[in-house]
Structure formats: structure tokens, C-alpha cells
Design a binder for this molecule. Sequence first.
Ligand code: HEM
Length: 408
Amino acid sequence: MQDKKEPKKYKNSFLNWIEYRLPIISYLEKEYGDYPMPKNANYFWSFGALLTICLVVMIISGIFLAMYYTPHVDMAFESTERIMRDVSFGWLIRYIHSNGASFFFIVVYIHMIRSLYYGSFKYPRELNWLLGVFIYFIMMATAFLGYTLPWGQMSYWAATVITNLFSAIPFVGEGIKTWLLGDYTVGNATLNRFFALHYVLPFVIFGVVGLHVAAVHVHGSNNPAGIEVKEPEDTVKFYPYMLVKDTLAFCVFGIIISAVIFFGPNLMAEVDNYIPADPMVTPAHIVPNWYLAPFYAILRAVPDKLGGIVLMFAAIAVLFIIPWLDNSKIKSCSFRPLYKWLMILFFVNFFILGYVGMKPATGIYLLLARLGVIYYFGFLLVITPFMHRFEKNIILPNSIHEIYKKKK
Ligand code: HEM
């Protein structure tokens, strides 16, 4: 029987019915309507929303591809070609998925650069950063697994090279490699488990993103000044202000990604992957996806195989401890005149590592990779912890609101 005292918060009786049983509408209102956004937040604060959209698009397009893809070594390449040629709009779905992966990484790198530059990883947002690095790690694993699925030359050889690395681990290496492959060499068992994992990991990412965004809302968003919100005047409501910004960012992003999908869908693809996998023919250069290439460069910068693996995993692991490496009380690099440039150099260095990771590991490329590795670790482990001792900072404004008063 209906309880006559059910509160009537909304005009719509259906919403009232839901709200009384599951207060999800008031939750959404609080977290995405009235949520206080620092009013100096710039367009870099739209990249989290863009990432969420990318993730959803990747999952949906992936599910459609999986309906037509066959994870068998004799059929994977052909089934991918069939998607491109015979399935209605299959080419579009595949290009959305393959270019979507590249754009997902472009957006995630900008999101990470923003977080590093404005000190969003610092107290009290350390857990937020940790969850982010965890997402990044699963994203890389998912992308690597996806790269193997079309069973082209690069798919096969990238899987061979990467899984071979594990055999360098003393005593247990061979065992781990066989366990990963499900066989002694890359084959059908490997393709099957890679497909299963590639299907499931995006849902793990989705779950972790939920925690990541919930963590952002606990202490509120950081901002370009890196000073905490003190008074209501420092903020604007998420709706409509941030929503309008996010919508514009989404439109621009949509135009750029559409231009690539329709006019240059193979710009970021590896041509060799249009050749069916052949275990008897090794390609001249085995290249990973561009977004994994910085870590591949680090791996090859060391002459010793085991040393390379250790350094590559250390390069990822060190990201987890960044919140405890940076001891400066100033969050935003906008107020750290010297560190700011060293930070920008760190970003440039990362992309140079990416470039050399896609070139043969010889001559100038090898030299650049080695210098890049030194700066990568030097910046994070030496410059970041000690810089604040030598740096004269620019004086911080008292509040976000004060920045606007000064501008007037
Ligand atoms: C699927 C991937 C990801 C999604 C969907 C996602 C989503 C979001 C969203 C919606 C926000 C709030 C809006 C914003 O500040 O832009 C956010 C904030 C944040 N994210 Fe992510 N994120 C992802 C990956 C990452 C990664 C890889 C890192 C770092 C390694 C990271 C670090 C952060 C930090 C530190 C904040 C707080 C920013 C602030 O308050 O200034 N995120 N993320």
C-alpha cells in the first residue's frame, strides 16, 4: 500500500517515486549539478569528462567488433578484414575503435600532464593520483592485448617480443612466459586468452574510474592556481558552467577525431599489421603502438635484457610514488618559475622517448633513448624531491577569488 507521507521533492511523480526508494536523483544533483567547481578551472579540467566518454565509446565499439571477430589463429586476420569489407559500417566501427585507442591515450596524457603541472596529485588527492596510475597501467595492458588481436605481422611479433622478455627473469622466467602464453610459443591459446582479457579489462577500468571520480568529489577539484577553495565565492556550480565547457570541449574533440577517422584512419596504424601473421618472417623493425613506445625505448636503452625489463617496470612504478617525491608546499607549477621549465622538459623528453621507441635501437636513437632515461629518472628521483630547497617561488594569491579581484 502507498505511504501517503512520501515526500514530494520534484514536480514529476515518477522521479519522486524513484528518489524515495533510491535517492540517486538528489545524489546526481549534489555531485553533478551543485558540485562546486573552482571558478578558475580551465579547459584542462574537461579532459576527465572526455576520458569518460572515450571509455564508453571504446567499450561499445569493442562489443560490436567482438560480435564479428573470431579469436582463432586461422581466422582472426580474415574476420578482421571481413568486418572492414562485409559487415555494415564495420569499417566505421573498427576505425572508431582503433583510432579511439590512440585518442584515448592522447587525452590521458594531457590529463596526466595537467595533473602533474598543477600538482593535482598532492595532498589530499594522493589516492586519486594512485587510482589514475592504476587505470593508466591497465589501459596499457589492454592496448597491448588489443594490438595482438588482428593477428597481423605486428600483432604476432609484438606478442612474441613482449612475452619473451619475461624469460629473462632468473629461475621462474620461462615458467611465467609459458603460463602467460598458455603454450611454449605464441599461438592459438595465447590469442584466446589475450582476447578474453582484452574484453574484460575495460570493465575493470570502468569500475576503477568510478572510484577515481568519487575520490575527486571528496575534496573537490584542484585548479590552475593550486590553492584550495576557501569561500563560496571561489567556486561556480558544475551545472551549467562546467557542463557548457565540457560540451564545447567534446564538440572540438569530436571534430578532430572524426577528421582522422574519415580522412586519415591509418595515420596512427602500423602498415605491417595489414600483412597476416607469419611466424617464419620477422619484420625489419618490431614496433609497439606509439603510446607504449616511451617504455619500449626505456626497455631497449639497456644492453642487458633483464636490466631493461627492470628499468621499464621501474619507469611505471615510479609514477605511483610521485605524491611522496614532491616535497614542495606549492602545488601549481605556475608559481614555481624554475621547476616549471624542468617539468615541461620532462614532458618533451617523454615524447622524444616515444619517438625513438619507434625507431631502430642504434646510433643516435639509442643515444637519445639513454639520455632520455637519465632525465626521466633524474627528474623524478633527484630534481623533484630536492628542487624546493633551491627555488624562489612566486607569492601565492590568498584565494581564488582574489585572482579575479586583481584582474578587475
Ligand atoms: C580512463 C581514464 C580516466 C578517466 C575516465 C578519468 C576521469 C577523471 C575525471 C572525470 C576527473 C574529474 C575532472 C577533471 O579533473 O578532469 C579526473 C580527475 C583527476 N584525474 Fe583522472 N581519469 C582517468 C585517468 C587518469 C590518469 C591515468 C591519471 C594519472 C595518472 C589521472 C589523474 C587524475 C587526477 C590527479 C585528478 C584530479 C584533478 C584535479 O582535481 O585537479 N586520471 N579524472
